[in-house]
Ligand binder design. Structure first.
Ligand SMILES: NC(=O)c1ccc[n+]([C@@H]2O[C@H](COP(=O)([O-])OP(=O)(O)OC[C@H]3O[C@@H](n4cnc5c(N)ncnc54)[C@H](OP(=O)(O)O)[C@@H]3O)[C@@H](O)[C@H]2O)c1
Length: 341
């Protein structure tokens, strides 16, 4: 292994069309210490967080390498590592604060990593860590659901933005848990995709969701709502549709104040999910991401969960990363886009 590696990063926050919105950089290969493993990255995916961090204005002192999804092979391990050894094929989303996966080699804390699903190829596996962690934590930690279908029989969940990366795997997980899934999609191709992921009912989020749900004649309210897009625009519908004692989780932030008072009489609960929280705050339960990715890998290998990969680009160049950013920026993604080595 050489001392230097190539990566793709940016030093100026520029529109993706600009020449230097993303650029090749040469960096020293980092050294694994403590709980870190050094991974030779084989495939990555692009998420809205990449687009968000790259966007904005201004110039950085040093190039920043982003990317929060990877599959790769462990090269070396820190002295405190117990979960992995060199040669292991792993997958992970990683840490918001650290250099990302758009790089030949990357350091990642073993507690955020799982062995990659053996039956998925690199592209199929790289599509999954960030969105699976998000959907899993939202459903099984923040909504406190169990995965046992008999516990959840007859319960309904509305998933707003069913066809995106998170929605696609959230539909599969909610079905696995025995819920009746109402997913939203606004185009024929996204409606078809959410049905393919297992949605029982599809509503159009460009129309009023309250009247669309009530027109189904399946009850006035839904038991749970998972908000995966534009909380400001959907808040009033969420507050109207949630059942008394219902649970709402959102993964997207509001830009305007949201009126929590709308939930008072219904005693409904509201929680945020941010899949980076555990690493960001180095929480005691950080290794739960290792456990989730391990359990998810088993479900992928059993064919119970399916990769939501829809587009693969190759090789891992500046041009292909720009293309992937453009696709995600379009807000029209169905499932996931991956770039392989
Ligand atoms: N908190 C966290 O940990 C976390 C983790 C991952 C993602 N996120 C955030 O969650 C959001 C979703 O992420 P993602 O990766 O699933 O996104 P994505 O893949 O980019 O989502 C694309 C989908 O969004 C749908 N959409 C567009 N406008 C919508 C609207 N107004 N209402 C409902 N759906 C709409 C589109 O469906 P149609 O074409 O059918 O309209 C499209 O298929 C992003 O804002 C992302 O930053 C947060």
């Amino acid at each position: 292994m050489t001392n230097m590696m190539t990566a793709v990063g940016f030093q100026e926050h520029l529109p993706i069309e600009a020449d230097d919105s993303l650029m090749a950089v040469e960096l020293p290969v980092p050294v694994a210490q403590g709980h870190d493993i050094l991974v030779a990255v084989q495939a990555i995916s692009v998420n809205p967080v990449d687009v968000g961090v790259r966007g904005g204005h201004g110039t950085l002192k040093q190039p920043k390498v982003i990317g929060w999804d990877a599959v790769g092979v462990v090269q070396t391990v820190g002295e405190q590592v117990t979960l992995f050894q060199p040669g292991d094929r792993v997958y992970y989303a990683g840490d918001f604060k650290r250099p990302g996966s758009n790089s030949q080699y990357q350091l990642v804390d073993e507690r955020l990593v799982g062995l990659a699903p053996a039956k998925l190829n690199n592209a199929q596996a790289a599509a999954m860590p960030l969105t699976t962690l998000t959907a899993w934590e939202a459903l099984f930690e923040k909504m406190q659901l169990t995965m046992n279908p008999t516990d959840n029989q007859g319960q309904t969940i509305l998933i707003i933005n069913g066809a995106g990366g998170v929605g696609s795997i959230a539909i599969q997980l909610a079905k696995l848990a025995g819920l009746t899934v109402i997913a939203t999609a606004s185009r024929p191709e996204t409606s078809a995709w959410v049905k393919q992921q297992g949605a029982d009912i599809v509503l159009n989020h460009r129309e009023d969701l309250v009247s669309a749900w009530r027109a189904q004649k399946q009850g006035k309210y839904v038991d749970m709502i998972l908000g995966l897009s534009n909380l400001d625009a959907h808040w009033d519908e969420i507050a109207d549709l949630i059942k008394p004692d219902g649970r709402i989780v959102s993964i997207t932030e509001n830009r305007q104040p949201i009126d929590l008072q709308r939930l008072t009489k219904k005693r409904a609960s509201f929680a945020w999910e941010w899949m980076f929280s555990k690493a960001y705050y180095q929480t005691d339960n950080m290794s739960s991401q290792h456990q989730i990715l391990t359990q998810a890998a088993q479900l992928f290998d059993q064919g119970v969960l399916k990769s939501t990969l829809t587009k693969t680009l190759s090789p891992m160049t500046v041009a292909n990363l720009k293309l992937a950013h453009q696709l995600v920026e379009s807000h029209h993604m169905i499932g996931k886009v991956v770039i392989t080595k």
